[in-house]
Design a protein around this ligand. Structure first.
Ligand code: SF4
Length: 400
């Protein structure tokens, strides 16, 4: 049994490696978790406070909006504030509409995000037919607009995200490909081909939509198109404007989680209408459920029914607390021997009700110990984990 997750599970698409300051994305790197500040970028103190809060919950990449020159000017002061607080997380400048801001931000942040729908185009909502020649002319204009950014990214050694949003495709793309996953993919590919032509490859791509179905279709189509053109750039996954509370988390779990189990995704953001630090545990729980990156032991437990003769909820909570630090170990807590052993097929160890006051303990599908008195069964499970070489003390894990 291999309990610890490898950095890249075998089912995960192998993408190229992109360095974002002191963090890598893609390749064999773990799937990175990121978030975006809600503070105004020009309020340096508020930004630094929020960054420190995100750092404490292990947010690995932090984005902030850069809508004007004042925000660019604030970036070095934010960096200084971070250094004074001992925080070295990479920063990403989020740019819309203003190529000069993207060029300028490269000096101060490890990555720039641009939106191909509005970087070189102003949306006029025009309906017109583009001839192939007119379309090619438009792309030449886009290329000319991107050249200073390519120079700046290379000069400073920065990464880039081409972040396509369903809601902000250019008129050019909308007219030719429609408001569709195909349009989103073509929007990114237009930009991607220009960066590749100029030998710039430190690129991450995203295809966000507030509709998880559209978003999932767009990411899958993007990967298909990249495969056809021999590209393997990493993916940033997210459902944009997902909302808040349980609804926002479920919407993100469907969109992001569905792609993660397909093996797609190299970095994720769970976008919530809540304090930004709330996004991080939600992202970690998604990753864990998709077994894409593991943070704790995995508890499998049945809901219990009339066949259960012990307090399954209390016992599960007890086992969860005792074993949480055993990252990657799958432990099943099942109410009865009638269905429990079969239903827990995926588990490494099982704690299964065998009748009033009696518990059977399993290693995989093998019954190891019968009829353990339930009063001591949790301790016996810990002993079994110890005997099998899986157990270590939580203190040891923290020290390591
Ligand atoms: Fe009921 Fe047994 Fe299924 Fe649990 S495993 S829900 S106790 S039948």
């Amino acid at each position: 049994m291999n309990f610890l997750s490898s950095a890249r599970p075998s089912f995960r698409r192998l993408s190229s490696l992109v360095r974002i300051g002191n963090v890598t994305v893609g390749g064999d790197s773990p799937i990175r978790i990121q978030s975006m500040l809600t503070s105004n970028t020009t309020d340096v103190a508020a930004c630094v406070e929020e960054i420190v809060r995100l750092d404490r919950v292990d947010c690995e990449i932090i984005r902030l909006t850069v809508p004007n020159q004042k925000a660019v000017d604030a970036l070095p002061r934010i960096r200084k504030g971070m250094q004074e607080c001992g925080v070295s997380r990479p920063l990403v400048a989020d740019i819309h509409f203003s190529p000069p801001l993207a060029v300028a931000a490269c000096e101060f942040v490890e990555k720039v995000r641009i939106n191909p729908g509005n970087y070189a185009d102003r949306k006029k909502f025009e309906i017109r037919e583009y001839t192939d020649a007119q379309y090619a002319e438009e792309l030449e204009r886009v290329e000319a607009t991107l050249l200073p950014l390519i120079t700046s990214l290379k000069k400073h050694g920065r990464a880039l995200r081409i972040g396509t949003n369903h809601g902000s495709l250019s008129d050019r793309v909308m007219n030719r490909y429609g408001d569709s996953p195909e349009g989103m993919v073509q929007s990114a590919l237009e930009f991607l081909r220009i960066f590749r032509k100029h030998d710039y490859h430190d690129i991450v791509l995203s295809m966000k939509s507030s509709n998880p179905i559209v978003m999932m279709q767009a990411y899958r189509l993007l990967v298909q198109r990249m495969d056809e053109e021999g590209m393997d750039y990493p993916l940033h996954l997210g459902v944009t404007e997902a909302g808040s509370g349980i609804e926002g988390r479920i919407k993100s779990a469907i969109g992001i989680g569905g792609l993660l189990v397909d093996g797609l995704g190299d970095t994720i953001r769970v976008s919530l209408t809540e304090p930004s630090e709330n996004e991080i545990p939600a992202a970690q729980a998604i990753l864990q459920a998709a077994r894409a990156r593991l943070y704790k032991a995995d508890l499998i437990s049945c809901p219990s029914c009339g066949r259960t003769f012990f307090d399954l909820q209390t016992t599960t909570a007890q086992i969860k607390e005792r074993t949480a630090h055993l990252i990657g170990v799958k432990i099943a807590v099942m109410g009865c021997v009638v269905n429990g052993p079969g239903e827990m097929a995926d588990a490494d160890f099982g704690y299964v009700g065998a009748g009033p006051g009696k518990i059977h303990l399993y290693k995989g599908q093998t019954l190891i110990e019968r009829n353990v008195p339930s009063a001591v069964a949790v301790e016996r499970l810990v002993d079994l984990l110890r005997e099998e070489g899986v157990w270590f003390d939580a203190d040891t894990a923290q020290a390591a």
